[in-house]
Design a protein. Structure first.
Length: 53
């Protein structure tokens, strides 16, 4: 039972850390381009094949 006195605060701390990281990504506007990926995937400008030497 002593291990629970360590694991519960650690799990709450990690959950809080994850919540703060998510909040930081929302505040830094990292999710503001929902259509950008859908347009980028259709472009032919990018070369996905490795260069032949």
């Amino acid at each position: 039972m002593e291990v629970l006195s360590v694991l519960i605060p650690v799990s709450l701390g990690l959950g809080l850390l994850g919540l703060l990281a998510f909040w930081w990504t929302m505040k830094s506007r990292q999710y503001d381009d929902p259509e950008g990926d859908s347009h980028r995937i259709l472009r032919d400008d990018y070369d996905d094949k490795p260069k032949q030497d």
